[in-house]
Design a protein around this ligand. Structure first.
Ligand SMILES: Nc1ncnc2c1ncn2[C@@H]1O[C@H](COP(=O)(O)OP(=O)(O)O)[C@@H](O)[C@H]1O
Ligand SMILES: [Mg+2]
Length: 342
């Protein structure tokens, strides 16, 4: 066996750092998906936590693992997956937020499509319809919820007697953002683990009180924060925002696939910036393609941007306008999904 003595558990661990989970986009060691490694001569046995419960993902992981280990001289690989179909990290803490009925993630494949605009106006529209609403700014790098809600840069959340952070209330909605804690204008540089912790703190250390909906404005894409959110709380549904162009299709597909792999129901697609510049209809076609609901379209309208900059979102600034009506319809559809269930 001495010829194989170079194959050690440490060596196997190093090799496995090159295997990235296709959904979670990180290496399987960092994700904590590898529970046990045993080596017998040139044979390796692995016990894995299944991150998705998805046969395709398992198959992909197996192939990737076999490849890196064979390159290192391993002749036989046996991969065993545990039956638990959830994220490997901190899986014990996944659960509902006490007091919060439904966590709704607003997401997009890429930035600049109006995700924050939709999140803010959706939150306010839900409030108008009578729901108790919170808004969490999940964009750790570019928080813009404070400006959109007109909350002055020097306002800092207070602590409660129980040692919790009290959200800042604006227009009847309870909001929290990293922007409340960082100096205005300074870029916030957070390391991965810190970022993970911020989301955790926002969810569990903030005193949200009793809420019907906690709307979370996620950063674009399928990265750390998205992952972190679904690890720490049960997300009731995701709203995916897109612009009308076909080029957005691949991004939307990625976002929807991520939520599906993570077992978060996709509530539907909102098409934003509809009109003569970007066209229309892409969102509805995407919804058909992906077999999800089309929640509605929001026109490209300079006033939407002006309202966003002024701190009085369009739903409040022009309550009777056509854009407000669209947002109220979207909010109504979201509410209906959950009313049917109760
Ligand atoms: N329907 C719209 N019409 C006009 N401007 C819009 C519209 N939606 C968003 N915007 C503007 O586009 C910019 C990007 O929107 P934002 O919501 O910050 O996008 P994201 O959060 O996806 O990066 C902002 O200046 C916003 O005011
Ligand atoms: Mg944004």
């Amino acid at each position: 066996m001495s010829t194989f003595s170079h194959i050690t558990r440490e060596k196997v661990t190093e090799c496995l750092r090159r295997v990235h989970d296709p959904v979670l986009k990180k290496d399987i060691i960092t994700l904590g998906l590898v529970r046990e490694i045993s080596v017998e001569g040139a044979h390796v046995f692995l016990h894995m936590e299944d991150a998705s419960g998805d046969a395709t993902v398992r198959g992909t992981l197996k192939v990737l693992i076999e490849r890196v280990l064979q390159e290192a001289g391993v002749t036989g690989v046996e991969v065993h997956f545990s039956e638990k179909a959830r994220c490997g990290i901190e899986s014990g803490v996944l659960g509902p937020l006490s007091g919060v009925k439904h966590v709704i993630a607003v997401s997009s494949g890429k930035g600049g499509v109006g995700k924050s605009t939709v999140a803010v106006n959706l939150a306010l529209a839900l409030r108008k319809l009578g729901s108790r609403v919170g808004l969490m700014d999940g964009d750790i790098y570019g928080p813009n919820i404070p400006i959109m809600l007109g909350i002055p840069a020097d306002r800092c959340p207070e602590g409660s007697e129980a040692g919790k952070i009290l959200p800042i209330e604006a227009h009847g909605v309870k909001a929290i953002s990293i922007g409340f804690f960082a100096d205005a204008g300074k870029p916030v540089i957070w390391r991965g683990p810190m970022l993970h912790k911020t989301v955790q703190e926002f969810l569990h250390r903030v005193d949200w009180g009793e809420l019907d909906f906690l709307v979370v404005d996620l950063p674009p894409g399928t990265g750390d924060v998205q992952l972190s959110l679904v690890q720490w709380v049960r997300v009731a549904g995701a709203v995916v925002v897109t612009t009308p162009q076909e080029v957005a299709l691949a991004d939307v597909r990625r976002a929807i696939n991520m939520f599906r792999q993570l077992e978060v129901p996709v509530l539907g697609i909102v098409e934003n910036m509809t009109g003569p510049v970007f066209g229309r209809g892409g969102g509805e076609r995407m919804a058909k393609d992906f077999d999800v609901r089309f929640l509605g379209d929001i026109p490209l309208d300079a006033q939407i941007r002006e309202c966003g900059d002024s701190g009085i979102p369009v739903v409040l600034e022009q309550p009777q306008g056509p854009v407000s009506k669209r947002f109220l319809q979207i909010a109504n559809s979201v509410r209906q999904v959950f009313h049917k269930k109760h």
